[in-house]
Structure formats: structure tokens, C-alpha cells
Ligand binder design. Structure first.
Ligand SMILES: C[S@@+](CC[C@H](N)C(=O)[O-])C[C@H]1O[C@@H](n2cnc3c(N)ncnc32)[C@H](O)[C@@H]1O
Length: 218
């Protein structure tokens, strides 16, 4: 608990953590490039980034893009934020919010790419609407996506992956959909730059194959 409180206190003084109480938290919508990153590079948002190692890994790999990791949990975001500070990465930021509120932080068409990485599977039927790849979330992402933006999703969880494919095939038409049930053995493997998230590491060690899909919004 003490460690968490220390992290929260540090977060409050960090520029790369956007959270309640900070001026940019109230004014971010439509302003990420102009005010925060101070360039016009494309923006990738990682949904449910946890410790943020994927956002910082991508940011390190692609300096000509901007990355924003979104999560509810400040103590997790602290990890990615620390790595970014220690490694001088100024093309990555962390936004502490509920994903359903993303519209408060991004304008229509402001986001060039989404990564959804290992979201909670929420297996119970009554939680279908809370799955981050359910229709109401996809509709929200589409609103904020630039025309032709890519949406990329990786998971260890086969039922969640199959559920998502079903949604895309039956309820939420998209274009250029491609997928694999075994990312590391597929010719799509380069899409993830060889960077594993924390959960990806845990599940691959247990022998799970990583499922991956990508599409463009219609
Ligand atoms: C299973 S973890 C995966 C973390 C990371 N992407 C990884 O692969 O290691 C899911 C993360 O999503 C976050 N999360 C779940 N639902 C969320 C929501 N509605 N809004 C924001 N973050 C959410 C959780 O706090 C958690 O950090």
C-alpha cells in the first residue's frame, strides 16, 4: 500500500502521466499533438496498457509516432512512465481514465491506430458489454479513428478472440480483416515488433499461443 501511495504521489508530478487534477486532463481533446507532443506525428493508442511496456516498447522502436497508453490503474501506469523518463522517451504518454470516457480526451479522427493488448476476457455472459472488443466499444473507437486507421488486437484467450471475430463478421463490418491463432508462427509476426506485454510473457510461458487480428474501420 505504501508503495502504491508513493507511486501515486510521483504520478502527480509527472508530465507524461495525464490524470485527474492536471490541466491537460481537462483540455486534451483534439490537442495531443499541438500541446502535448508538439509535433504532427500519427498517434497510436494502447487500450488497457497496464504497466505500459508495450507503449514504451513501440515508442522506442518508432520515434516518428506518438503513443498514448490508457489504463484505469495509476500504479501500473507509473511503471511505463518511469521507463519512459529514464530512457528519454518523449513520444509516449499515459492517460489514466476509463476507456468508455475516451471521447472526453480525443476528437473524432484524432487517433491513427489502436492496439488492444490482452484485455480482461470477461467470460460471463452478463459481462459481454464490458468486453473491450464488444460493439459499443468498437463504435467508440471508430468515432475517434482517422479514416483507414488500423485496429490491432492480441490476446492469449481463445473464447474472447472467437467472440471478437464473430462480432466483426456479424455485427460490426470492417475492412482488411486478417487474423491468426498463432501470431509467432504467422507471416503477421512483424506487426508486433517482437515486443511482449507483461501478460503476453505470462501466457506464452504457460504455453498459450498468441492470437492476433487487425482490421481497418469501415
Ligand atoms: C489483463 S491486463 C493487460 C495489461 C497489458 N495490456 C498487458 O498485456 O500486460 C488488462 C488491463 O486493462 C485495464 N482495464 C480494464 N478495463 C479497463 C477500462 N474499461 N478502462 C481502462 N482500463 C481498463 C486494467 O486496469 C488492466 O491494467
Amino acid at each position: 500500500m505504501r508503495k502504491k501511495l508513493k507511486r501515486f504521489a510521483e504520478n502527480a508530478n509527472r508530465e507524461n502521466i495525464i490524470e485527474p487534477g492536471k490541466p491537460f486532463f481537462e483540455n486534451a481533446k483534439g490537442k495531443w499533438n499541438e500541446i502535448f507532443f508538439k509535433n504532427d506525428h500519427p498517434i497510436t493508442v494502447e487500450l488497457g496498457c497496464g504497466d505500459g511496456e508495450y507503449s514504451v516498447g513501440l515508442a522506442e522502436n518508432q520515434k516518428d509516432r506518438n503513443y498514448i497508453g490508457v489504463d484505469l490503474k495509476g500504479d501500473r501506469l507509473h511503471q511505463g512512465s518511469t521507463y519512459a523518463i529514464e530512457n528519454g522517451l518523449d513520444n509516449v504518454a499515459f492517460l489514466r481514465t476509463q476507456i468508455l470516457n475516451l471521447e472526453n480526451f480525443f476528437d473524432q479522427g484524432e487517433i491513427d491506430e489502436f492496439w488492444l493488448t490482452f484485455p480482461d476476457p470477461r467470460p460471463r455472459k452478463r459481462d459481454i458489454k464490458r468486453r473491450l472488443s464488444s460493439v459499443r466499444y468498437l463504435e467508440l473507437y471508430r468515432k475517434l479513428a482517422k479514416p483507414n486507421a488500423w485496429f490491432r488486437f492480441k490476446t492469449d484467450n481463445t473464447p474472447l478472440f472467437e467472440f471478437t471475430l464473430e462480432v466483426l463478421n456479424q455485427e460490426f463490418p470492417v475492412i482488411d480483416l486478417e487474423y491468426t491463432f498463432d501470431l509467432y508462427q504467422s507471416d503477421m509476426v512483424d506487426d508486433h515488433f517482437g515486443i511482449k506485454t507483461k501478460y503476453e510473457g505470462i501466457w506464452t510461458e504457460k504455453g498459450e499461443q498468441i492470437k492476433y487480428l487487425k482490421f481497418r474501420f469501415n
